[in-house]
Write a new protein. Sequence first.
Length: 154
Amino acid sequence: MSVNKVILLGNVGKDPEIKYFDNDRAVANFSMATTERGYRTANGIDVPEKTEWHNVSCWGGLAKVVEQYVKKGDPLYIEGKIRTRSYDDKNGVKRYITEISVDNLEMLGRRSSGGNQQPAGEYPSNNQQSSPAAPSAPANSFDDSSGEVDDLPF
């Protein structure tokens, strides 16, 4: 059996929806957009940019971090697993949902003209942890602040 692990770098599509259960366990659900840049091939063919939308879910302490800090438009780095689940809708039709179940999340910082930045940092899904971890940068951190566009298709 293989595990479908993924890494996504993108922007939150809508404010997270938070639900609490009887035992104070929380889940945060939101959409996230990832975009592959458009480019021009060597023979002059334009390949347009392509945006994919992903359903994302975070549980436990990580959901509480999301509730406090994550908003629509925020850039995130997430690591997780692809999960598919099914349910029967109100008409009895079986529906399937594929989502990313987050193991680790890193907030990359909110870009704003007012100078206010959300606390950037890494937040593992350790359910015992109720407060944010100390900010840390990955070995290959993403920095798209230069504004430069390169010719690479990825």
